[in-house]
Structure formats: structure tokens, C-alpha cells
Design a protein around this ligand. Structure first.
Ligand code: PEP
Ligand code: CO
Length: 455
């Protein structure tokens, strides 16, 4: 293993000396260089100060004084890019956050998988259909999902398009979250409409009514959401898997205030399960940026590996800097998570523990579609809460793939979507996402887990 490195030998391009997994094979390196130079001259998408605010918010999660909700698309699309789709995703996340905040009794830190989630790691480089082999789809930042040679050829111009779509998305998110759309009473009103229409109405009604009473109580005491900024506006942060390192490097800027480097493509970025090799390029890039960062951990992660990742990514042990996003599978979590939690605690590393209950519960249904069952998703979350309760650590957050659209990609939920329903509106370019109603079903499920907690 390489000796612990210091940031003095780091630069935004030092990752280039390491093996970089999951990078596209760009056919024309000179064109790629031209595009990256162009991007390096563009304005940052976020500011260093905002990333620092998120680190501070996540530090509260480390202490059990806040809860993290990280949610959004598996892969954002250049095609289904509209104000509507951004608004619907934000709306669901805000609704989930209200339910979680009320149940946890602490603030919910809201982080979207949005405004930059355009690159996907793939288990196979090549996809073969009826004897024809082409490069796999790697996200709209790289190539297109259609199965023909031109669509699958990586095109660096897509990096520029990803930048512009991220900028436009962020612009709208900022307007929505600060311009009255996120008003607490209004968000709760949407949730009440959902509860009324839900087959699980009886189960959810009590919680929704309690929130309603709390809102009326606040209003009666003179705290009118319309006039109290905290009830009228929300802080909403962006995040994505920083997979295509050339793009991330091109958006890295040195903060004039602190001299630190920030990857200004998003507030928070994470390392995926397939690219977390300790001596590899992604860990090298991430160790030098000052953003809050995440790292996915699958069931094969060993305690020694996880402690080494904490050491590499957060040597100063800054609370809020590192979020470990575990994605173990409903069947495995009880067995594989406790040794990791113990090792990180013993090594005295402050981390946010978040649960991604999606990625290790994916399977192919009898109808041949890649899906996830709502019950397995909730069951992994239940396991996550149980492990952290038993270990005395705070189950700090959830990380989910969802869309506000009425898709039929995951099975189950309040409306009990069945395998036969998957064909109705199966629209994802990559992994199956919870639809709006299933996302709220999940929030109510997590609310029950949060409310069971000893005070
Ligand atoms: C993802 O979050 O979309 C993803 C690919 O996850 P993982 O790296 O955990 O497989
Ligand atoms: Co995914």
C-alpha cells in the first residue's frame, strides 16, 4: 500500500498518474483536451462558501443533530430536461424532508443527485445485442443510450452540454428553493393530498395530522411560514458521482479566501463502489478537494479498507467532510455493516453514515426488466437502523434514486406495483427509480424507523 500522502504533492491533475477506472475511451484526445480547456475557463457552478456550509450542516449529522436526505435521478438525461421534471423531483424531496424532519426531530440536510449526475460506471465495457457489440452507455455526459455506433461513441462536446444543463438546473433550483416554492405549509399541503389518495392513507394519516397540528400551532404563536425565512426557504445542495475525472478537474478552482481547491461542479461529490481503489485515481483526486465528499461501500468492503479510505479522504478528521454511503443489500447488511462501523469508531473517524438501500437490491424480474422491490429497499433501511442502534452510532441519512415522474420501475410500495405493471412507464436510462408516490411511501417508512428511536 502507498504511504499516506500529504496534500503538498496533490494537484487537480495528480490523479493522472494513477490508474483511473471507468473512464470513457475518447476517440479523439486532442478534441477532448480542447473541450477540457474550454471548461476550465467557464464560471464555477457552485461557490466554495456553499460547499463549506454543507460541510458544516453534515457535521451536525455526524453528531446526531441532523439527518441527511440525498436523493435524485440515477442518471440525469439531456432529453427529459424540463422545468417540470426538475420541479417534480424537488417537490418530492422537499415533501420527504418535511416528513423526516418531523419524525427525527432534527433538521434534514437536503442534497440532490441533480445538476451534474450525468456519468455512470458500468459493469461491462461492451454491450452485445444480437451479435452486435458496442461500447456501453456511460451517461449523457459521455454518449447516448441508443444502440448504434454513432450514439455510443464518446463525444467530448457532451461534457460542455452537461455543464450547461447543470447550470440551468441549478439556476431553477435556486429560484425554487428561495422564491417561495419551498414554503413549509405548501409542501405539507402536497403531502396531505398524497396521503388522502394513498391506499396506505390510514397508516400515514396520523403523522400527517400531527405535522398539520404543529404547523397550526406555530402559526397561532405568530410564526407564519410566509414571513419566517426558515419556513419559507430551504437550503438545497447538489451532488453527483464525480466519475469522469477530466471534467471534475476542469471545474476545480482555487478558493481565493482559503487557498483550498474546490471541485465547483457540485457542492458534494462522491466516489462510486467501483472506483474506490485506495491507490487509484478517484481517491487521489478526492483527497485534495475541500468539498464534502461521499464514498460508496458495498458488501465486499473490508474494515481495513474503510479505515484506510477515511484516513486518505479525511486525514484531519474534519466532521462533515466524509459521508460513508453503505449499499450492502437487505440480506447482508446485518452481517457486513457492524465490523465496518466498529472499525471506523475505533479509529476515531467522524463520519456521516448514510444508507443507499437501492444499489445492492437490484435484480432482473421474470419480465426481464431490471428492478428493485420496495420491501427490500425498506428492509435494508430497517437493517441499517438496527445496526446503528446496536452499535450506538447515528443512522445519519438515506441516499435514494427517485424521480417525480409517474414511472413504473420499482416493484411494490403503497400501490403494490407488480411485475406486469413494469412495462407501463419504464423510462429509466439506467437503474430503476422510485416514483413520486413510492418515494413518499419510503419517507413514511423511514419516519417510523426514526420515531422508534430511543430519546
Ligand atoms: C449510483 O449511485 O448510481 C451507483 C452506480 O452506485 P454504486 O457506485 O453504489 O454502485
Ligand atoms: Co444507480
Amino acid at each position: 500500500m502507498a504511504p499516506p500522502s500529504t496534500t503538498s504533492d496533490w494537484s487537480p491533475s495528480s490523479w493522472r498518474t494513477r490508474p483511473a477506472a471507468q473512464q470513457p475511451e475518447w476517440p479523439d484526445p486532442a478534441r477532448l483536451d480542447g473541450v477540457l480547456k474550454e471548461l476550465a475557463g467557464y464560471p464555477p457552478l457552485v461557490f466554495a462558501g456553499e460547499a463549506r456550509d454543507l460541510t458544516a450542516a453534515l457535521a451536525r449529522v455526524v453528531d446526531g443533530e441532523a439527518f441527511l436526505l440525498q436523493a435524485g435521478d440515477c442518471a440525469e438525461s439531456f432529453e427529459s430536461f424540463s422545468a417540470n421534471s426538475i420541479r417534480e423531483r424537488l417537490k418530492i424531496i422537499l415533501q420527504m424532508a418535511v416528513v423526516l424532519t418531523y419524525s427525527a426531530g432534527v433538521p434534514t440536510v437536503k442534497v440532490g443527485r441533480i445538476a451534474g449526475q450525468f456519468a455512470k460506471p458500468r459493469s461491462a465495457e461492451i454491450e452485445t445485442v444480437e451479435g452486435v457489440s458496442l461500447p456501453s452507455f456511460r451517461g449523457h455526459m459521455v454518449n447516448d443510450v441508443s444502440f448504434d455506433e454513432a450514439s455510443r461513441r464518446p463525444d467530448p462536446q457532451r461534457l460542455v452540454e452537461a455543464y450547461h444543463q447543470s447550470a440551468a438546473t441549478l439556476n431553477l433550483l435556486r429560484a425554487f428553493t428561495k422564491g417561495g416554492f419551498a414554503d413549509l405549509s405548501r409542501v405539507h399541503h402536497w403531502t396531505q393530498e398524497f396521503v388522502r389518495a394513498s391506499p396506505e392513507a390510514q397508516r400515514y394519516e396520523q403523522l400527517a395530522d400531527e405535522i398539520d397540528r404543529a404547523l397550526r400551532f406555530m402559526k397561532a404563536t405568530g410564526l407564519d411560514p410566509e414571513h419566517v425565512p426558515n419556513l419559507h426557504e430551504v437550503d438545497f445542495y447538489t451532488s453527483h458521482e464525480a466519475l469522469v475525472l477530466g471534467y471534475e478537474e476542469a471545474l476545480t478552482r482555487q478558493d481565493s479566501l482559503t487557498g483550498d481547491h474546490y471541485d465547483c461542479s457540485a457542492h458534494m461529490v462522491w466516489i462510486g463502489e467501483r472506483t474506490r481503489g485506495l491507490d487509484d485515481a478517484h481517491v487521489e483526486f478526492f483527497r485534495g478537494i475541500a468539498n464534502p465528499v461521499g464514498c460508496k461501500l458495498g458488501p465486499t468492503a473490508t474494515a481495513a479498507e474503510v479505515v484506510a479510505l477515511c484516513q486518505a479522504l479525511n486525514p484531519d478528521r474534519t466532521p462533515g467532510r466524509l459521508t460513508l454511503i453503505t449499499r450492502m443489500g437487505a440480506d447482508r447488511i446485518a452481517e457486513v455493516l457492524p465490523p465496518l462501523v466498529r472499525a471506523v469508531c475505533d479509529a476515531d473517524h467522524p463520519v456521516v453514515w448514510a444508507c443507499d438501500p437501492m444499489h445492492a437490491n437490484t435484480y432482473t424480474s421474470p419480465s426481464g426488466r431490471k428492478t428493485r422491490h420496495f420491501d427490500a429497499i425498506l428492509s435494508e433501511l430497517r437493517g441499517f437502523f438496527e445496526v446503528h442502534r446496536a452499535e450506538g452510532t447515528w443512522p445519519g441519512g438515506v441516499h435514494v434514486e427517485l424521480t417525480g415522474d409517474d414511472v413504473t420501475e420499482c416493484l411494490g410500495g403503497g400501490e403494490a406495483l407488480a411485475d406486469d405493471d413494469l412495462g407501463l412507464r419504464y423510462e429509466t436510462m439506467c437503474d430503476p427509480r422510485l416514483n413520486g408516490r413510492q418515494s413518499l411511501d419510503l419517507a413514511f417508512g423511514v419516519a417510523e424507523l426514526l420515531r422508534d428511536r430511543p430519546v
